[in-house]
Write a protein that binds this ligand. Structure first.
Ligand code: ZN
Ligand code: ZN
Length: 404
């Protein structure tokens, strides 16, 4: 038997329903906030991710589905969604239209070659939004509010953590301070942290090692060293969240795993999945467009982890819907097709091609949660009618074909 690859999963029945329900819910809300769909290729040049996600990150260092294709191109299956959207933004010259704003949403499969474990797949799915051209903190607030709307609509409880990662003015001096502090406790920090001090010291702050965390309690905090612009934006964001009744806490160790974030960073966390786990994350990345060769454009965005959300979503109660149609003699089947085709303009219709007794048809209709069971038997053929049972109201009627 040929099986799916390790860390990759089929989504069918209940899983399939959950998946598409989440995508549809998020899509509807994103549209209300003015977002347009963008589809970008799964396969991109490896250097796109090396540049945008950062060579020092675990994603690029260890987890990429990277290979040389038959044309000798170094290519990679996308490990996240933002890089491709930004590449498309630049390639389509939207960065030249500086007075305009562009808002895109996307969803799809992402690939990371990780050790498969619960809640972590090698092929996983994200829904994300990227907003380009707006540097005001109102957009950061609006995006957080939109994610809140999505989770509310999905019936998911969350905790929101926010932080500011500063800007090119206040981050570099802070980084120097932090490196000084980290060098002072190098011997006590874990191996990963030691490596990160030299490659990406900010990432040390979100080390999950307990011992490292306790050492970091005394580390300098960027939040105390923000420049006046970053500080006033961060304060404004907090005010806006409070006045919208969105609970949040400030986590000064919240740094995004990716290198291009500045100012607002946020994570939505669920306490219900095993260890505390992020179900959405994002923030501002004003430097990335320029970094990838475009004209400097402010941007803010986020991504939701669909698999994690699938474990939490409260699905609405299944409603009986659509039609089940059947015949009691196989010679009547031709009569069903035009009826079904007409009904399919507005409803879902399933036809049972094989002749069955009435009881068996009712069972079939029940099994697929149809609202109406429609059957044609001998009397119906004689009278030009159909027999219809409303399985919700438990009422039977006989209707002329035209009335039906
Ligand atoms: Zn700043
Ligand atoms: Zn550590």
């Amino acid at each position: 038997m040929i099986k799916a690859l390790r860390g990759m999963k089929d989504l069918l029945f209940e899983d399939g329903n959950r998946f598409i329900y989440i995508i549809e819910t998020a899509t509807n809300i994103a549209k209300r906030y003015g977002y347009n769909y963008i589809e970008t290729p799964i396969l991109e040049e490896t250097k796109l991710f090396k540049r945008s996600v950062g060579e020092s990150s675990d994603i690029v260092g260890k987890e990429m589905y990277q290979f040389i294709d038959k044309g000798n191109n170094d290519v990679c299956m996308r490990p996240e969604g933002t890089a491709g959207v930004v590449r498309a933004f630049i390639q389509n010259r939207l960065d030249r239209r500086q007075s305009e704003k562009f808002k895109f949403y996307y969803y799809g499969a992402m690939f990371r070659y990780e050790r498969p474990q619960k809640g972590r797949l090698r092929e996983f799915h994200q829904f994300g939004c990227e907003s380009f051209g707006e540097d005001l903190v109102y957009e950061d607030f609006t995006i957080i509010q939109m994610i809140g709307d999505i989770f509310k609509s999905l019936g998911i409880d969350y905790r929101l953590e926010i932080n500011s990662l500063g800007c090119s003015k206040c981050m570099p001096p802070y980084r120097e301070n932090l490196i000084k502090f980290l060098n002072g406790c190098r011997d006590e920090l874990c191996e990963d942290c030691n490596r990160r001090i030299d490659t990406n010291p900010i990432r040390v702050l979100d080390c999950k090692n307990k011992n490292c965390q306790s050492l970091l309690i005394n580390s300098p905090k960027l939040i105390d060293n923000l420049c006046s612009s970053c500080k006033s934006d961060f304060n404004r964001l907090k005010e806006l969240l409070s006045s919208a009744d969105i609970d949040y806490s400030v986590n000064s160790n919240l740094v995004r795993g990716l290198d291009y974030y500045n100012k607002t960073a946020f994570e939505f966390i669920s306490n219900s999945i095993g260890s505390q786990s992020a179900i959405a994350g994002g923030g501002r990345y004003d430097k990335l467009v320029e970094f990838l060769g475009g004209k400097s454009t402010p941007a803010v965005g986020f991504a939701l982890g669909i698999e994690r959300i699938m474990e939490l979503v409260k699905m609405p109660n299944r409603k009986r819907e659509g039609y089940y149609m059947g015949v009691m003699d196989s010679s009547y089947i031709d009569r069903l097709f035009p009826l079904a085709h007409k009904k399919r303009e507005t409803s879902s219709v399933t036809i049972e091609y094989r002749a069955k007794k009435l009881k068996a048809h009712l069972k079939g209709a029940d099994k697929i949660d149809a609202r109406y069971c429609v059957v044609i038997g001998e009397d119906e053929v004689k009278n030009g009618t159909v027999w219809v049972k409303d399985l919700e109201k438990r009422e039977e009627t006989i209707l002329k074909i035209d009335e039906f």
